[in-house]
Design a protein. Structure first.
Ligand SMILES: N[C@@H](CCC(=O)N[C@@H](CS)C(=O)NCC(=O)O)C(=O)O
Length: 210
């Protein structure tokens, strides 16, 4: 059994979508980051970076309970544990998938997160920060749009952990004020992924908001 510690954010939903795609049983524990619940010693024993999401796999390596944080690592762990092709076994395909997963982890997540911070931080308006991260977010949309000109999915082959990691962030396009009509391949991909039952269910954990 997997215990998922999460909140209604893009990083949290990467893992709930993955668990739904894999058909794994899991318990959801809400960590309300707007109330500081990510800082409790109990949660930090799972996620020492005091950020959601975290998981504990009661049947981890060696049959022992295994805590994990960092979504990229969690997605790879769950795929490897279940021998899922969402993280392909073929070495070349796996390395292409890993590149696009790392692109999400190092680029899309932090950049869109900073864009939201500068757009919606009520304490101080910093136009330089707003412009910098909005521009960088649009650059990343352009990269994605170009990548999916000739590819249905980000990793080039089949639907993969790279798509799962990126989808919940792109779903916040309205919040970071990006018009998907400017990026038709991303729009097509976003619409297609919304049709997947596991995506629909995973996006509602622990509840849906944009
Ligand atoms: N690199 C981390 C990022 C996780 C992250 O940014 N989590 C945010 C929510 S989306 C969080 O918990 N923020 C709490 C805080 O800023 O105190 C991952 O992929 O797991």
């Amino acid at each position: 059994m997997i215990d998922l510690y999460t909140w209604a954010t893009p990083n949290g939903r990467k893992v709930s979508i993955m668990l739904e795609e894999l058909g794994l049983d899991y318990n959801v524990h809400q960590i309300n980051i707007t109330k500081g619940e990510q800082h409790t010693p109990e949660f930090m024993a799972i996620s020492p970076n005091n950020m959601i999401p975290g998981i504990v796999d009661s049947g981890g390596p060696g049959g022992e309970p295994f805590p994990m944080f960092e979504t990229g690592a969690i997605l790879i762990y769950l795929a490897e544990k279940t021998e899922s092709e969402l993280y392909p076994k073929d070495f070349k395909k796996r390395m292409v998938t890993l590149q696009w997963l790392m692109w999400q982890m190092g680029g899309v997540g932090p950049t869109f997160g900073q864009a939201h911070h500068f757009m919606f931080n009520p304490s101080e308006v910093v136009p330089y920060g707003q412009e910098r991260y909005h521009k960088e977010a649009k650059r990343l949309y352009k990269v994605m749009n170009t990548r999916m000109q000739d590819n249905r999915y980000l990793a080039g082959g089949d639907y993969s952990v790279a798509d799962i990691a990126t989808f919940p962030w792109v779903d916040r396009f309205r919040r970071h004020q990006v018009d998907l009509a400017e990026f038709p391949n991303v729009k097509r991909w976003h619409e297609e992924l919304w049709e997947r039952p596991a995506v629909k269910k995973g996006m509602e954990v622990p509840f849906y908001n944009q």
